[in-house]
Design a protein around this ligand. Structure first.
Ligand SMILES: *[C@@H]1O[C@H](CO)[C@@H](O)[C@H](O)[C@H]1NC(C)=O
Ligand SMILES: *[C@@H]1O[C@H](CO)[C@@H](O)[C@H](O)[C@H]1NC(C)=O
Ligand SMILES: *[C@@H]1O[C@H](CO)[C@@H](O)[C@H](O)[C@H]1NC(C)=O
Ligand SMILES: *[C@@H]1O[C@H](CO)[C@@H](O)[C@H](O)[C@H]1NC(C)=O
Length: 642
C-alpha cells in the first residue's frame, strides 16, 4: 500500500522539483552581465580552463561570483587564465556591480578600456603581471571606491596623474616595474599602507607624504632622490662640464654592463641542472601566516624579467576546482593552523571573498622541480569522493604549497579518541562501518585508477563529514621526500613491518595500514597505545588482537563503546577477520584493496530489511560508493565549524 502511493507520488514530485529548479535557474541569472562576459571571452584568447557554457548560469562559471540573490556579478577573478591580447572594450565595463576584478598574470596588452570608469563600486583591481601599456588609465582615477590598485609589472608610461588623489579610500597602490616618468605627484597617504613605484623612470624629489615608505618602494628610479633615498643635490645640474657628462655617460654604461652581467649570472645559476633545492628557510613573514617573504615580495632575481617572475609566482591549478584566486589572495587570506603533520603544516585559509581552502606547507621536499611537478600531475588527476582533491600547488625554491578543498569535518582520530568518557556521543557501529567502507573505496581508487600509494595512512588523515562519509587526506606525498626516511614515530602502529627495512611504501603496505585502521575502529584503541604484551612491552595492535583472539575472548577486543546488540557482533567479527587478513606480516598474504572493498560490501548487504538498524531517510550504508563522485562544487563544502 505504502509502496503504491510512493510510485504515484514519485514522478509527480520529480516533475515538481524540476519545475522549481528550472524556474530558479532562469530567475537567478544576471542575463545582461552574462552577455557582457560572453562578449569579453569571444573577444580575447583564453585558456581552456574557462569553459563558460551558455547553458549554465554565469554565477556558476569559473572565476565568477554573484551576490547572494544571484542578480549581479560582484567578483571576477581570472588570474593566469592565459588571456592574450587587449581587453575588449565595452565588456567588463558593463559589470556595473563588480567589487573585485583580477586579471593578473595574463598576457593582456594594449590600454585599459575607458568603460572601466563605469565600475564605480570596484574595491580591488588587480592587473599586475601583464603587458598593458599607455598612460596611467584615466578611467581608473574615477573609481573612487578603490581600496587596492595593482598595475605593477606592465608597460605603462607617462606621468603618474595627481588625479590619483580622487581615490581617497586607497590602501595599497602598486605601480612598480612600469615605465612611468616625470616626478611623483603629491599623494595623500593617510590611509595608504602599501605603496611601490620601484623600477620606473621617475625623477625628482620624493613628496614628503611618501617618505614613510621604505627605500625599496622607490628603488630602481635613477632620477629619484630625497628621503628615504639619498638627498637631492639641486645645484650643479646646469653647470656640468663636458668631462662630467662624459664621466656620467661612461659610468651609466658601466652600470648597465654590470647589471647585464648580474642578470646573466642569475640566469645561469637558475638553469643549473640537478641542483638540490635548499631546505625551506622557514622565515615566515610577520604579517602572514602562510608563505615567506620570498613569495610575496619579489627578490633581487626579479631583474631577470617580469615574465619569469609571473611564472614563478603562479599557483598551478588543476581542472575542476572552480577556484579562481591567486597566490597573492592566498597570502592575504586569514589563516588558521589546522595541524602540524609529518609532511608539513596545514592551514585553513579564508580568502577575502569567503572562499575557504586548506593550504599545506610542505617541509623537507627532497625532489627537484620536475619531479615535484610530475607527482603533482599524478595527484591532480585523482578525483574520488573518498579522496580529498588536490586543487592547486605552488613551487618555488623556498616554498612548496598544496591547496586542497576545505572539508568541514573532524578527523577519525579525534572522533574515536577525543575526550572519551566526558559525555560525548560515541561513534556507533553503523558510522564506523560507513567510514571503513569509504576508506576502502578511496584506497582502492588510489591504487587502481590513481596509480598512487597513500603512504601516510592513519586515522588522523581520515576526514569524517557530518553525514559520516569519509575521505583520505595526505596521500601520495611520499615520493616528494624520497630518500628521507619516513618519520618513524608518527606512523608507528600503521607502518607495515617490511617498510622499516625497505623504506618503500607500496599498495600492500597501505593495505596493512588499512587493516590497522579497521582494528582501531573495532577496538577503539589508537594503534600505538595497544595494551602491552608482557615482557617485550610491544604495542602492536595487530599482534595484540591476535593474541587476544587466540585466547578466545574475542569479545574483549571490541570497543566498550560499541554496546553490542546481538546482530552487530557478527558483523564485527567479520570485519575483524578482514582486518587481520589485511594486517598480515607477509605482504603477499594481504588482499588487495579491490578485494577488501568487495568483502566489506558483502558484509553491508547482510543488513536486515526491517529498518531496525537504520532509519530509511538516511542513505543506506552500502550505497554511498555507487553515487557518482561529487561534482566539483564551486565552493568547497563549508558548514558548521567544528
Ligand atoms: C557607462 O554606462 C553608461 C550606461 O550605463 C553608458 O551610457 C556609458 O557609455 C558608459 N561609459 C563608458 C565610458 O562606456
Ligand atoms: C620608457 O619611456 C621613455 C620615455 O619616457 C622611452 O624613451 C623609453 O623607450 C621607454 N622604455 C621602454 C622600455 O618602453
Ligand atoms: C617594491 O617592489 C620591488 C619589486 O619591484 C620589491 O623589490 C620591493 O621590495 C618592493 N618594496 C615594497 C616596500 O613593497
Ligand atoms: C568545465 O568546468 C567544470 C568546472 O570547472 C568541469 O567540471 C567540467 O568538467 C568542465 N568541462 C569541460 C568540457 O572541460
Amino acid at each position: 500500500m505504502l509502496a503504491s502511493s510512493r510510485t504515484i507520488l514519485g514522478p509527480a514530485l520529480l516533475i515538481f522539483s524540476m519545475a522549481v529548479l528550472s524556474f530558479r535557474q532562469v530567475e537567478s541569472e544576471p542575463t545582461q552581465e552574462k552577455q557582457a562576459l560572453l562578449d569579453f571571452l569571444s573577444g580575447i584568447r583564453h585558456s581552456r580552463r574557462l569553459n563558460w557554457t551558455e547553458s549554465s548560469s554565469a554565477c556558476d562559471w569559473v572565476g565568477v561570483i554573484c551576490d547572494s540573490g544571484r542578480s549581479s556579478i560582484i567578483t571576477l577573478r581570472l588570474p593566469a587564465a592565459k588571456l592574450v591580447g587587449s581587453i575588449p572594450p565595452n565588456t567588463i565595463g558593463r559589470l556595473s556591480q563588480l567589487r573585485v576584478l583580477s586579471l593578473r598574470s595574463n598576457r593582456l596588452s594594449g590600454q585599459v578600456p575607458d568603460d572601466f570608469s563605469n565600475l564605480t563600486l570596484l574595491r580591488s583591481l588587480y592587473l599586475q603581471h601583464n603587458a598593458l601599456s599607455g598612460q596611467f588609465p584615466p578611467s581608473v582615477t574615477q573609481l573612487t571606491r578603490l581600496s587596492r590598485l595593482d598595475i605593477s609589472w606592465n608597460s605603462f608610461s607617462g606621468l603618474i596623474p595627481s588625479a590619483i588623489n580622487n581615490l581617497n579610500l586607497l590602501t595599497g597602490l602598486f605601480l612598480e616595474n612600469n615605465n612611468f616618468s616625470g616626478s611623483i605627484p603629491g599623494i595623500n597617504s593617510d590611509g595608504l599602507n602599501a605603496f611601490n613605484v620601484s623600477n620606473n623612470n621617475l625623477h625628482g624629489s620624493i613628496p614628503a607624504s611618501l617618505t614613510k615608505f621604505p627605500e625599496s618602494a622607490f628603488a630602481g628610479n635613477l632620477g629619484l632622490c630625497g628621503r628615504p633615498l639619498s638627498a637631492c643635490s639641486h645645484k650643479k645640474s646646469d653647470s656640468l662640464s663636458t668631462a662630467a657628462i662624459v664621466g656620467i655617460a661612461v659610468g651609466g654604461a658601466l652600470f648597465l654592463l654590470l647589471l647585464l652581467l648580474l642578470v646573466l649570472l642569475l640566469c645561469c645559476r637558475r638553469r643549473q641542472p640537478g641542483k638540490p633545492p635548499n631546505p625551506p628557510s622557514g622565515k615566515g613573514s610577520g604579517t602572514r601566516t602562510i608563505g615567506t617573504e620570498t613569495v610575496t615580495s619579489s627578490s633581487k632575481d626579479d631583474i631577470t624579467g617580469s615574465i619569469e617572475a609571473a611564472e614563478r609566482n603562479r599557483l598551478v591549478f588543476f581542472n575542476g576546482g572552480g577556484y579562481a584566486f591567486d597566490l597573492e589572495d592566498l597570502l592575504r587570506a586569514s589563516a588558521e593552523v589546522l595541524g602540524k603533520g609529518s609532511v608539513g603544516t596545514s592551514y585553513k585559509a579564508v580568502l577575502e571573498d569567503g572562499t575557504t581552502v586548506v593550504v599545506k606547507r610542505l617541509k623537507e621536499v627532497a625532489v627537484n622541480k620536475k619531479e615535484f611537478e610530475g607527482q603533482m600531475a599524478v595527484l591532480g588527476e585523482i578525483r574520488h569522493e573518498n579522496l580529498l582533491p588536490l586543487r592547486a600547488y605552488y613551487y618555488s625554491k623556498d616554498e612548496k604549497l598544496l591547496v586542497f578543498d576545505y572539508v568541514s569535518a573532524g578527523s577519525l582520530s579525534a572522533l574515536l579518541h577525543g575526550s572519551r568518557g566526558s559525555g560525548r556521543i560515541p561513534l556507533d557501529w553503523d558510522s564506523r562501518m560507513k567510514i571503513a567502507t569509504c576508506a576502502a573505496r578511496g584506497l582502492a581508487h588510489l591504487h587502481h585508477s590513481g596509480k598512487a600509494v597513500h603512504g601516510n595512512l592513519k586515522s588522523s588523515n581520515v576526514l569524517v563529514r557530518p553525514d559520516r562519509t569519509a575521505c583520505f587526506s595526505d596521500f601520495g606525498l611520499n615520493p616528494l621526500s624520497s630518500g628521507a626516511s619516513p618519520a618513524p614515530n608518527r606512523l608507528t602502529g600503521y607502518r607495515a613491518p617490511e617498510v622499516a627495512e625497505t623504506r618503500k611504501v607500496t599498495p600492500k603496505s597501505d593495505v596493512y595500514g588499512y587493516g590497522v585502521l579497521l582494528l582501531e575502529l573495532l577496538t577503539g584503541k589508537p594503534p600505538n597505545q595497544a595494551p602491552s604484551m608482557g615482557e617485550e612491552g610491544a604495542t602492536d595492535l595487530p599482534r595484540w588482537v591476535q593474541s587476544v583472539v587466540r585466547e578466545e575472548w574475542t569479545a574483549e577486543v571490541f570497543d566498550a563503546e560499541l554496546v553490542s546488540h546481538g546482530n552487530v557482533e557478527e558483523e564485527m567479527v567479520r570485519v575483524l577477520q578482514i582486518a587481520m587478513e589485511c594486517a598480515s606480516v607477509v605482504p603477499d598474504q594481504r588482499p588487495d584493496m579491490a578485494e577488501v572493498v568487495r568483502m566489506m560490501d558483502e558484509i553491508g548487504r547482510g543488513e536486515p530489511e526491517d529498518g531496525t538498524r537504520q532509519s530509511s531517510d538516511e542513505p543506506s550504508r552500502g550505497s554511498e560508493g555507487h553515487t557518482p563522485p561529487q561534482e566539483a562544487s564551486k565552493t568547497p563544502p563549508r558548514g558548521a565549524t567544528e
